[in-house]
Design a protein around this ligand. Structure first.
Ligand code: DC
Length: 222
């Protein structure tokens, strides 16, 4: 069974998707981390984020892997070409580069192919922007998570502060809104609500409430 979880930046997707996978004993695939890994590698190689042919080639050839240290059910490390990019993919530099990189059709084609292979493990929770619309249009359960911009900025600021980055909440909100606009208006697989997705506005809901809601929906559809 595939559970597709889509939504804008900082809508709570990762926290919720990981908890749902743990609750149901499913595998978990973070497709945003894959686009971030390509963007991080491009920055590392000094590539321009609008060099479509070079970035398409990089996405096709770069081996991406999720490691599960100590037998952890959830992945603990992201590797790009064997290099550990787990921390690097969450930096403001990668935040800024990932939207242009992920808007390139050739990059998306390469990622979608790998995503379908990685999730072909049986039961998997897959999170991203186009999972229910493009990657797994026949997913048994599609969820679209949203939250108010203020709430999303508050959550992302807290995440970045925990990771040791000194950021202002207003700057985070501006960057989130810029990324949402770019992700929803791009030509290739824009962020959109699948017609058969269940929409959940997580503003004011606890993680536990959202997870319980999705777990119940999943049980009903098995
Ligand atoms: O979920 P995230 O913030 O880690 O995603 C990073 C970026 O990757 C986001 O700005 C849009 C892009 N993305 C995408 O285009 N398609 C996906 N399935 C997942 C992420």
């Amino acid at each position: 069974m595939i559970i597709a979880i889509d939504g804008p930046a900082a809508s709570g997707k990762s926290t919720v998707a990981r908890a749902v996978a743990t609750r149901l004993g499913f595998a978990y695939l973070d497709t945003g981390a894959m686009y971030r890994a390509v963007a991080a590698e491009a920055l590392q190689l000094g590539m321009a984020t609008d060099d479509r042919p070079a970035l398409t080639k990089l996405a096709k050839e770069l081996p991406l892997a999720f490691e599960h240290e100590g037998g952890s059910a959830l992945p603990t490390r992201v590797l790009a070409g064997g290099r550990d990019v787990t921390t690097e993919i969450r930096t403001p530099a990668v935040d800024a580069a990932v939207s242009p990189v992920s808007s390139i059709p050739g990059v998306r084609e390469a990622m979608v192919r790998v995503q379908r292979d990685l999730a072909a493990v049986g039961d998997c929770v897959v999170e991203g922007r186009d999972i229910g619309t493009v990657v797994f249009p026949h997913a048994e359960l599609k969820v679209y998570l949203s939250a108010s911009p203020g709430e999303r900025a508050r959550r992302r600021t807290a995440d970045m502060e925990r990771a040791g980055h000194d950021v202002s909440a207003e700057a985070v909100l501006r960057r989130l809104e810029r990324r949402d606009t770019a992700d929803s208006t791009r030509e290739a697989s824009p962020l959109a609500v699948a017609h058969d997705a269940v929409e959940i506005d997580t503003t004011g809901l606890s993680v536990e409430q959202v997870v319980e809601c999705i777990a119940q929906l999943a049980r009903a559809r098995r």
